[in-house]
Design a protein around this ligand. Structure first.
Ligand code: IMP
Length: 173
């Protein structure tokens, strides 16, 4: 059993629920791309967990890559290792908040002229949206609270928690 660190107020999405969400999303992706191939691009670092769990449930031939958006300066998107021109690409995000990161990632990938681009996000905070971005596969809407775990961090901590939990306000306020 995982102990609850004192900085975590409560568990919001238990590990079992995360697993069920990822399985449901994988089933949707499998149905949509049956007979095709897919390049899965995970957004670092937060989406490392969901990307790893998702691809192991995909039935079609899959290639994997990762991108990162620098969180300072001009928010540059890192280069991909794989060529994606002409391929079906699935961008995987951990959480959509304002939508700015996702919009930037989608624009950077579209500039490389994939055959198609769809986006999967495990979590969404719709109350915080500033940019209208499209998410094709969505795990769960959550309230406007700062969450950590299953890849999500606060100051690079808590990514390794197997659940998604609400961070106590006293930690960051
Ligand atoms: P956006 O650009 O505002 O949509 O923010 C997206 C990114 O901010 C995500 O990929 C996360 O890295 C980070 N983020 C947003 N909300 C949270 C949160 O509640 N916990 C941890 N990271 C978050």
């Amino acid at each position: 059993m995982t102990l609850l660190p004192p900085e975590i107020e409560r568990v919001l999405v238990p590990a079992e629920q995360i697993a069920a969400l990822v399985s449901r999303l994988a089933a949707q992706v499998n149905a949509d791309y049956a007979g095709g191939e897919l390049v899965v691009v995970g957004a670092l670092t937060g989406a490392a967990m969901v990307t790893a769990d998702l691809v192991r449930q995909l039935a079609m031939p899959v290639q994997m890559d990762f991108v990162s958006v620098s969180s300072y300066g001009d928010q540059t998107v890192s280069a991909l290792t794989l060529p994606v021109a002409g391929h079906n690409v699935l961008l995987v995000e951990d959480i959509v908040d304002t939508g700015e990161t996702l919009a930037r990632l989608q624009a950077a990938l579209l500039a490389q002229e994939p055959r198609s681009l769809r986006t999967l996000a495990l979590l969404d905070k719709p109350a915080r949206r500033k940019v209208d971005v499209s998410v094709d596969y969505l795990g769960l809407d959550i309230p406007d609270e700062f969450v950590v775990g299953y890849g999500l961090d606060y100051a690079q901590r808590f990514r390794n928690l197997p659940f998604v939990g609400v961070l106590r306000r006293s930690v960051y306020a």
